[in-house]
Design a binder for this molecule. Sequence first.
Ligand code: PXP
Length: 242
Amino acid sequence: MAVLCVNVDHVATLREARKIAEPDPITAALIAELAGAEGITIHLREDRRHIQERDLRLMRETVKTKLNLEMAATDEMVAFAQKYRPDMVTLVPEKREEVTTEGGLEVAGRVDAIRRVVDALQGDRIPVSLFIDPEPDQVEAARKTGASFIELHTGRYVGAKGDEARQRELEALVVQTRKARSMGLRVNAGHGLNYKNVVAVAAIEGVEELNIGHSIISYSVFVGIERAVREMVDLIAEARRI
Ligand code: PXP
């Protein structure tokens, strides 16, 4: 059943607004772990708009649960991953002008290119996850790359207008989770999940980790990171009882 991995990028976003030392995402990660997070996720972007190399280095030393590094499928980033050795790499698409990761990674049209990156990392014993849209051709292509995991992009479910559309998008997540698992892929999910929409996704049979950042860090501004993480952990645990 699903566990929570907290994305602390936005703590670094706030720090970078001033280009000074605080707030420190390292502290946020440690508190999140104390509050029950089972993993910490960071995205080292090419433009370094939030997480910096220093954060990756220090989190590698201090995170005691599981460190998941989101990154673009580039040679520069593969070298960083091999240097710092996170517990998992999640390959994501990256565009300079985007506010956050938009669609999933296009794997279907680029199996060979993605497979080269997967081989380099997994050959070096760093498991790889591919952040993809819940579509059959992307899941099939992910399997062909040899990646151990996929992370299903929950953005369409989160953004769906009305019960019918939301149910349709939830069903796409359920069906593609089942398909991926039947092929031997392990399945995570995330993007845009919050305290209202998380339970239905956490209840999907076969989803292992939920990567959640914006909603938790936003709520923590008012109630603190510990309580914000704890409430999310409790909601996810509640989904196991559905
Ligand atoms: N998963 C991936 C691959 C992401 O890129 C992000 C955003 O950095 C998230 C999950 C978390 O999304 P949110 O901040 O909307 O919870």
